[in-house]
Design a protein around this ligand. Structure first.
Ligand code: GLC
Ligand code: CA
Length: 559
């Protein structure tokens, strides 16, 4: 496949609301981003994905859009955005916007019109249905467990229900409506014509709804139900017609620009994702597969991570380009979930990053990951802002779980673990704001902050810099073949990346103990050079056979 710029990209994800506040209102803003463009550039990232910046009532921190063509005043103005775009481009940094196509805010003009009457021009932009025997049209539940739990909200004005798979303040759009589709295409072109370099496509596999809106047949569990309404993506996602729809979007918008599109495919975990991003599908360039990075999965063992990476590999062998990530704004912090955020915080953060940045695919860094920010584990349910956390707590306790147990279950998986303010320094509010932060600062900011990392030669940030620069000097990272070494090993993840001119060998101990590791006779017959390691005295293979807790190294063999 012909090489695209985004295959060589390193993407830095900015959750603007929690990044840097410059006017003391407690909310991060674009002027804050502007001040930190050099920080991102020096890290080595060359692309930014912005979580939604559009005008929004902030019910779901911007995923509830009230105006697609303007910037939320809390973040700044459209001119501020254009300045960020220009300054980023000057630095060789591209910009991806988050594109939310499944729903809008109920405060979007289309919806305030749509709900007025059945013959309103915008009625069909949304999904309206009459009730069934005085109840909702089906048993679907809303993802945030709001209100009575249903995904349908009654509107007395027209005596019908509208569909909302998330908040009742986020009505689902009707992609069957041609006028809506045209409106969305022209809006996306408007951003691309302005110069943005692509889109991260929110919940892209649920745009198409199942014909007839059938009831979910899933068994109710403690975690998927409230009052009998069921959140069940096997019924609502990836339904027939989704691929035709994505091909149409591609034809009308994406194919006309040299951009990157990355789709969030939240429910599929295996080869079924392939049609969405295989090159000859002409749908999306790449996707996030949540094989191991999904907070609801049991923490993944090194074996599970390898199995997932083997799956990614087989997809990439079928002409599909994958992504590498272990966290984002919806997931716990990776060092807390996959690493060890106390005794081995720095070492394990570096080891996780080493895997992400040396396997095939485009790596994503979520803000704060590069300094090893950890989960915040807020102590009280009142500290949480995320509607999913708060709604789940309500559902769990209604389903009979004790409040203590419900909180204990949610603390490690809450989306707010990733949304606490960026820790810039050890001063008040971690340097995020001079006012009152919209969400509590994590209590480890004196120990974990960017200022400290920038001034220490062995910091996680400095390690990321070196790791990212390897991508630029060793083509095997982007282009090489991948072969696992001792795939069955319980603790160590190891593989080689090979082109006709070089071989890289990565060995990473994903455990808290010292373990033995044998690279095998063939590899041991070569002389390896150490390119990067997370202990200062890591010896070269083949002499080295013992790996200390979370020790990792990248070696090279040039010929
Ligand atoms: C995606 C976003 C998440 C949001 C949801 C609804 O999963 O990543 O933050 O709540 O879509 O838009
Ligand atoms: Ca602000």
């Amino acid at each position: 496949m012909e090489k695209k710029w985004w295959q060589e990209a390193v993407v830095y994800q900015i959750y603007c609301k929690s990044f840097l506040d410059t006017n003391g209102d407690g909310i991060g803003d674009l002027k804050g981003v502007m001040q930190k463009l050099d920080y991102i550039k020096e890290l080595g990232a060359n692309c930014i994905w912005f979580n939604p910046l559009y005008v929004s009532p902030q019910v779901d921190n911007g995923y509830d859009i009230a105006d697609y063509k303007n910037i939320d005043p809390a973040y700044g103005t459209l001119d501020d955005f254009k300045k960020v775009l220009e300054e980023a481009h000057k630095r060789g940094i591209r910009i991806l916007m988050d594109m939310v196509l499944n729903h809008t805010s109920d405060e979007h003009k289309w919806f305030t019109e749509s709900r007025k009457s059945k013959d309103n021009k915008y009625r069909d932009y949304y999904i309206w249905r009459p009730g069934k025997n005085g109840k909702e049209p089906n048993n679907w539940g809303n993802y945030f467990f709001e209100r009575n739990g249903s995904a349908w909200e009654y509107d007395g004005r027209t005596d019908e229900y509208y569909l909302h798979q998330y908040s009742y303040k986020m009505p689902d759009l009707n992609w069957e409506c041609e006028a809506l589709r045209e409106e969305m295409y022209s809006m996306m072109r408007w951003w691309l014509d302005m110069g943005v370099d692509g889109f991260r496509l929110d919940v892209i596999n649920i745009l198409k709804k199942p014909a007839g809106f059938p009831d979910s047949k899933a068994a109710p569990t403690l975690t998927n139900t409230k009052n009998g309404y069921i959140v069940d993506r096997t019924t609502t996602a990836n339904v027939e017609g989704i691929h035709e729809l994505l091909k149409e979007i591609n034809r009308n918008v994406f194919s006309k620009y040299d951009i990157m599109t990355v789709g969030e495919i939240s429910t599929l975990k295996g080869m079924e994702t392939l049609p969405f991003f295989a090159q000859d599908s002409h749908e999306i360039d790449t996707v996030f597969v949540f094989g191991v990075a999904n907070r609801d999965e049991i923490p993944a063992s090194p074996k599970k991570i390898k199995e997932f990476q083997a799956l990614q590999l087989s997809m990439s062998r079928r002409n599909a380009w994958v992504t590498q990530f272990l966290n984002n704004h919806d997931q716990p912090r990776q060092v807390s979930r996959f690493g060890n955020d106390t005794e081995y915080r720095e070492r394990s953060a570096k080891t996780l990053a080493t895997m992400i940045h040396t396997l095939v695919g485009t790596p994503f860094i979520y803000q704060g990951e590069e300094i090893g920010m950890t989960n915040v584990y807020y102590p009280s349910i009142n500290d949480y802002n995320d509607r999913y956390t708060v709604g789940s707590y309500d559902a769990l306790t209604k389903n009979g779980m004790s409040p203590e147990k419900a909180l204990a279950k949610l603390r490690p998986i809450s989306r707010d673990n990733a949304r606490s303010p960026f820790q810039w320094n050890d001063r008040e509010n971690a340097g995020f704001t001079s006012g009152k932060p919209w969400i509590k600062v994590g209590d480890r900011y004196k120990e974990i902050n960017a200022e400290k990392d920038l001034s220490s030669p062995d910091s996680i940030y400095k390690y990321y810099q070196q790791l990212i620069s390897l991508r630029k000097t060793h083509p095997a990272i982007v282009d090489g073949l991948t072969e696992f070494v001792d795939f069955e090993n319980e603790n160590v993840i190891s593989y080689r990346r090979t082109t006709s001119r070089e071989t890289l060998l990565v060995i990473a101990n994903f455990s808290d103990k010292t373990v033995g590791f044998d690279i095998g006779n063939e590899l041991a017959s070569f002389k390896w050079k150490t390119l990067l390691a997370n202990y200062s005295d890591t010896a070269a293979v083949p002499e080295k056979t013992e790996w200390r807790p979370w020790e990792c190294a990248v070696y090279s063999l040039e010929f």
